[in-house]
Design a protein. Structure first.
Lengths: 293, 268
């Protein structure tokens, strides 16, 4: 057996690992990394009506950012995403806490299953159902009118609040699961120690449980905030198309106006803003992540 | 009485989660063209409309083809990645897995738009085939998440024992590893199927002239007249996906029980 370096490498663990992951990795390179790089490149190309001119320009970014409509839409998207994230995580935390600390171990996976079911049922129909609930003659208005609490129906649709509720519903399990996982990891004897040392239950929660659960909370924030900003369906159906978010703008630029470089610049700008906000959030919470390690 | 308060909150939260779904059958069986209270009486005509609808049948066929192909491809790619991630340590692993798992957090519109641009530039005609390409991309990370759990609960000494007894790498995989992870594979395939069946944005951008079930539903939501039928369709879909998921969950738990690991619960 000649032990040439190549042969030795071919039998190494690293080679086996790379070899094993290669089909999936090549797929992701070709259909994810390359397209993302292309979008990035397109955002610096010129638009020539039906063709894209391969000439470097920063005009797309100047056009996008000097457009007040784009700035409004981007600001609205970040605002809606932040609001959705806040609502989703605040509503999810007590549930994750409940499942981790109150539900007996034998029932935990049943509860988690119960929470994930709605997430797996038709997304479009779930979003549309919120329209049915919040409509003029919808479930809430007819119930309140039936009970005589209000005289005329409340206008709830086509508002940022309605969009936020719908998305908070759609992303609920994404927030619950990471928080649940980090709560499960907490050593229960730490909580007893806290109380033995004279802390009240509330103070133990505040000074022991919450800091230890923060990695999960931060994970939940990221996994809700980042995809929400790109939601297309909810602004169309619940916002009535009057409160477009950045995905709606990308779709319009790419397909209706067919200005792909401008659409690409909008997409890249949006991703850049999302990344910046996310990194800022991670930076502000860095001390909790260190505790996690 | 802190705990009973928490329990009450948990039940209210479940009401919030299930309200939109619970309303589907209410309107699907309601004999009225307007989706509003008060209800008008019982009917099955919206379900009858479903079965007569040929456009819907076409969209459903397309969706089933896409979902089945996605399920097979995403699970296959998932097996490679999960096996690599749980069995080997190598430099660059975090980066490689990071790229593969990226669609989990990337907004779908970004995936859809970037694929669209590349496919158009490459002159690939848009069809359900291009939808499959996109769906495999977004379903694979979920498949990996399920398969990782199945592969990481494997006892490595079983594999080593097989080598010692003279089995090759491939026969060990087929005789020892595969039977142990089969429940995980089934569970991952069912999940990838469900994800693909429900995916809208990528299909909306990449299907060209063809329709899938979600793009058909989306096109119908604009017409108030069609809504009762969509409610009936939604009811059928909910029943189907609950059955699929219950099956997936059954196999996932059986797989964990088979390898003797502790159930950490949940899909994600």
């Amino acid at each position: 057996m000649s032990a040439s370096p190549i042969r030795r490498w071919a039998r190494s663990e690293a080679a086996s690992g790379w070899f094993m992951v290669s089909p999936t990795l090549i797929y992701a390179m070709l259909l994810l990394a390359a397209p993302l790089a292309t979008i990035f490149a397109y955002s610096f190309f010129k638009d020539g009506y039906l063709v894209v001119i391969h000439e470097f320009t920063t005009q797309n970014y100047i056009d996008a950012w000097s457009d007040p409509i784009f700035r409004t839409i981007l600001f609205r998207s970040v605002l809606v995403s932040a609001l959705v994230t806040l609502v989703t995580v605040l509503l999810a935390f007590p549930i994750a806490y409940f499942i981790s600390f109150v539900v007996p171990a034998s029932n935990k996976s049943r509860w988690l299953f119960l929470i994930t079911i709605p997430f797996w049922t038709s997304y479009l129909i779930r979003v549309f159902q919120w329209k049915v609930i919040l409509n003029f003659n919808g479930v809430i208005n007819s119930t309140l009118q039936g009970l005589g609490i209000i005289d005329s129906p409340l206008q709830m649709l086509n508002s940022i609040g309605a969009i936020a509720i719908t998305l908070a519903h759609a992303y609920a399990p994404f927030a619950i699961l990471p928080i649940f996982v980090s709560l499960e990891k907490i050593d229960r004897s730490l909580l007893e120690a806290g109380q033995d040392l004279g802390e009240s239950k509330l103070m133990t929660f505040w000074r022991v449980t919450l800091p230890l659960a923060m990695p999960g909370v931060i994970g939940a924030v990221m996994i809700v905030f980042i995809p929400t900003i790109g939601d297309y369906v909810t602004p169309e159906l619940i916002g009535g198309g009057k409160l477009p978010m950045v995905a709606n703008m990308i779709q319009k630029d790419m397909l209706k106006i067919d200005n792909k470089p401008l659409g690409a610049a909008v997409a890249v700008s949006a991703m850049f803003v999302v990344a910046a906000v996310s990194l800022l959030f991670l930076f502000l919470n860095r001390r909790f992540l260190k505790v996690g390690k | 009485m802190k705990f009973s308060g928490l329990r009450a909150y948990a039940f209210l939260y479940l009401v919030f989660l299930y309200a939109p779904i619970a309303l589907l059958p209410v309107f699907a069986f309601n004999d009225g063209t307007v989706i509003a209270f008060p209800l008008k009486g019982f009917t099955l005509k919206w379900f009858a409309q479903l079965f007569e609808n040929e456009t819907l049948a076409g969209a459903l066929t397309n969706s089933l083809i896409v979902a089945f192909s996605t399920s097979v491809l995403a699970t296959t790619l998932g097996i490679f990645a999960a096996r690599s991630a749980t069995r080997y340590n190598y430099p660059g692993k975090a980066g490689a897995m990071g790229l593969i798992m990226l669609p989990l957090v990337l907004p779908e519109i970004i995936v859809a738009v970037s694929l669209l641009v590349v496919l158009l530039a490459a002159g690939v005609p848009l069809s359900i085939l291009t939808v499959i390409l996109g769906h495999v991309l977004v379903a694979t990370p979920y498949a990996i998440a399920v398969l990782n759990a199945a592969f990481s609960s494997l006892d490595r000494s079983l594999e080593e024992a097989a080598y010692d007894l003279g089995e090759t790498k491939w026969s060990t995989f087929r005789l020892i590893i595969l039977p142990l992870v089969t429940p995980g594979i089934i569970s991952s395939a069912l999940m990838a199927f469900t994800i693909s069946l429900d995916e809208f944005i990528i299909a909306f951008f990449l299907a060209g002239e063809q329709t899938t079930l979600p793009t058909y539903i989306y096109s119908q939501l604009r017409f108030p007249k069609q809504i009762p039928m969509i409610m009936a369709l939604g009811t059928v879909l909910v029943v189907c996906s609950v059955m699929l998921l219950a099956t997936a969950e059954y196999f996932r738990r059986r797989g964990i029980a088979k390898t003797g690991a502790k159930d950490t619960g949940g899909f994600l």
